[in-house]
Design a protein around this ligand. Structure first.
Ligand SMILES: Cc1cc2nc3c(=O)[nH]c(=O)nc-3n(C[C@H](O)[C@H](O)[C@H](O)COP(=O)(O)O)c2cc1C
Length: 217
């Protein structure tokens, strides 16, 4: 039966402060850091959650949330399983897109570029900072593969907990690690009244400098 509620009527005004060219930093990563700090200060829930879009070998897009885990040499990083669906897609096509949405600030940041794997040392460093049971979970989960039932996953967790032991350090699984994004395009969107939003796109040029253009909302 069709739902009688009119979801189309859900409507919110975006009342962000004006954003102009002279407020933007010429380096998009500096601009991103400033907005990320704003999101932290505004106590946005999970400001580090970003949607990661990849494309499969038939040209079909795929998207899911992963967590932004800081910058490596000024580039965005995130972590995942190297045999997951997304990892296989990034192996075939290193082009990805990311999007952050900070509802409380009526802000969106879009980023595009090519990814590569982080060094093992950097992946190890982050893996070692994770809570122990999250580390065990990384061993237990063959991410994106089909499970017979929940018990199979829990049995895997118990298996690795016993194998590694309660106290020994947990090594980084071979098939787990980080990615770093070489961003060539950024877009900063500030929601404004009456859908008259401010949008700025940074595009990397051949001289390694970014140009900034205002876009129609
Ligand atoms: C808030 C949130 C944070 C997540 N963070 C991560 C992450 O950092 N790394 C990751 O591999 N999956 C993360 N996930 C799970 C992914 O969205 C996804 O389900 C999983 O990585 C498998 O995706 P794939 O089959 O396309 O590879 C997160 C999900 C949510 C909702």
């Amino acid at each position: 039966m069709e739902n009688k509620k009119d979801y189309g009527k859900i409507r919110r005004e975006y009342l962000g402060a004006p954003l102009d060219l002279d407020q933007l930093h010429s380096d998009p990563i500096v601009q991103f850091q400033a907005w990320f700090e704003d999101a932290l200060n505004a106590a946005v829930i999970e400001p580090n959650a970003m949607s990661l879009a990849t494309v499969d070998d038939r040209g079909m897009p795929d998207v899911r949330i992963v967590l932004f885990k800081g910058l490596s040499k000024g580039k965005i990083t995130f972590f995942t399983n190297y045999n997951s669906k997304k990892a296989l897609e990034m192996k075939q096509n290193s082009g990805i897109a990311l999007v952050f949405f900070w509802a409380e600030l009526a802000r969106q940041v879009r980023v595009r570029g090519k990814v590569s794997q982080l060094s093992r040392a950097e992946s190890d460093e982050y893996f070692q900072s994770r809570p122990r049971y999250s580390q065990i979970a990384a061993w237990a989960s063959a991410q994106s593969k089909v499970l017979a039932d929940r018990k199979e996953l829990e049995d895997n967790f118990a298996f690795y907990l016993k194998k590694i032991g309660e106290d020994a350090p947990v090594p980084t699984p071979e098939d787990w690690g980080g990615y770093v994004l070489d961003a060539t395009e950024w877009e900063f969107w500030q929601g404004r009244e009456n859908r008259m939003h401010d949008r700025f796109r940074y595009s990397l040029q051949e001289n390694d400098q970014f140009t900034i253009e205002r876009l129609n909302p």
